[in-house]
Design a protein around this ligand. Structure first.
Ligand code: EPU
Length: 337
């Protein structure tokens, strides 16, 4: 494994922000990660990077960036009902989805086309169209960055929440996720309650949807609505959907009768940040090199030459106007580096 100096991270982040890493290495095996631990490299400032699809670089990275390209997908267990599939953390998430869909194993078809790697999926408990990783997650293997030892995290060890896990909080920075095991279903119950999925299935004349149909529908929705980072730099949803009190929701409903709301934990109501941002006039608005996307206001985009600071400035301005209009603080989902 070679450690390179002064490498541009522009190809390694889907926002396409042109920053440099002081040092840069690609790891292709767990033992390469362990050798970085042994030689002390991980005692210094470092960053593990998967697909770079959930980060915003606001400055050059003055440390070691480690790009994860550890590959491999295998079946580790099987019974009449389920199959347990283990995938290395550097696998592209969507490749794992395609593998599952091809084998007719259900559980992650709604998570088709989510950008990023398998290792990043549990970090933020990825979710879309009524399904979250937590629904199929069995366990993961991680390397303790302080000791180099391997540890297994079971579902109950991960504290999954909405775009949350223990790896973003109590164990932040302590572990390198090496592989993830999912329990997929051989005769799954499909999740097609999400309105947009129902619309696509109806329009395509599908009455008895299969796993493949659901995956295809999700791919169609995402490609029609969300900008392709290869064409227009972005990191998916920039903010999390906020959860507000039922009282505040009722008050806002009087003024904004079309405000969507979904029941969340502790009696709270989750409201779509995309709605709030759109109502504040940001949808499709272009500010210098940046803007909120015309089809989905929650996605901030780089129109070509944006810096991370410009995108941060836009994000701050959006946060301020959402706070002023609705009294709601929206927080980034993207990791700010
Ligand atoms: N909406 C607007 N204006 C907009 C965008 C959305 O009014 O510009 C409203 C609409 O009422 C719509 C509702 O927001 O019905 C929900 O929109 P959408 O279905 O696009 O979902 P979202 O809540 O904005 C979340 C996830 C997405 C995921 C979709 C689909 C978060 C932060 N985002 O977005 O995940 O694909 O649901 O399930 O939870 C991501 O995390 O990067 C991501 C793309």
């Amino acid at each position: 494994m070679e450690i390179q100096s002064h490498i541009s991270l522009q190809p390694y982040n889907t926002f396409g922000i042109p920053v440099d890493a002081a040092r840069f290495a690609i790891v292709r095996s767990v033992s390469e990660v362990q050798s970085l631990i042994k030689d002390g490299s991980l005692k210094e400032k470092h960053l593990f990077l998967g697909g770079g699809s959930n980060v915003l670089f606001t400055a050059d990275f003055d440390g070691l960036v480690i790009k994860n390209e550890i590959k491999g997908i295998s079946v580790v267990r099987e019974d009449n009902e389920f199959v347990w599939v283990q995938a290395a953390s550097g696998e592209v998430w969507h490749d794992l989805v395609l593998y599952a869909v091809e084998h007719n194993w259900g559980g992650i078809e709604n998570l088709s086309l989510i950008p990023g790697t398998v290792g990043a999926a549990p970090m933020q408990n990825i979710g879309a169209y009524g399904v979250e990783l937590t629904h199929v997650f069995e366990s993961l293997k991680a390397i303790d960055i302080r000791t180099g030892e391997e540890k297994t995290f079971l579902h109950s060890d991960c504290s999954f929440g909405y775009r949350e896990s223990v790896f973003k909080h109590a164990e932040r920075g302590n572990y390198f996720i090496a592989s993830v095991t999912l329990r997929l279903n051989k005769s799954p119950k499909l999740h097609v309650q999400y309105g947009a999925i129902q619309d696509v299935l109806r329009d395509s004349g599908v009455e008895q949807p299969t796993i493949q149909d659901v995956s295809r529908a999700v791919i169609q929705i995402r490609t029609s609505k969300l900008p392709d980072p290869k064409i227009l730099g972005n990191a998916g949803s920039f903010f999390k959907n906020p959860e507000i009190s039922a009282d505040l929701y009722a008050t806002l409903k009087e003024q904004f009768s079309d405000l969507p709301g979904y029941p969340a934990s502790e009696g709270k109501i989750k409201v779509p940040a995309g709605y709030l941002i759109e109502k504040c006039g940001w949808k499709g608005k272009i500010v210098g090199n940046t803007g909120a996307h015309k089809n989905q206001a929650l996605v901030l985009v780089n129109y070509g030459n944006a810096t991370g600071s410009e995108i941060m400035q836009l994000a701050h301005d959006i946060q301020s106007s959402v706070l002023a209009t609705f009294g709601i603080t929206i927080l980034p989902e993207v990791n700010l580096i």
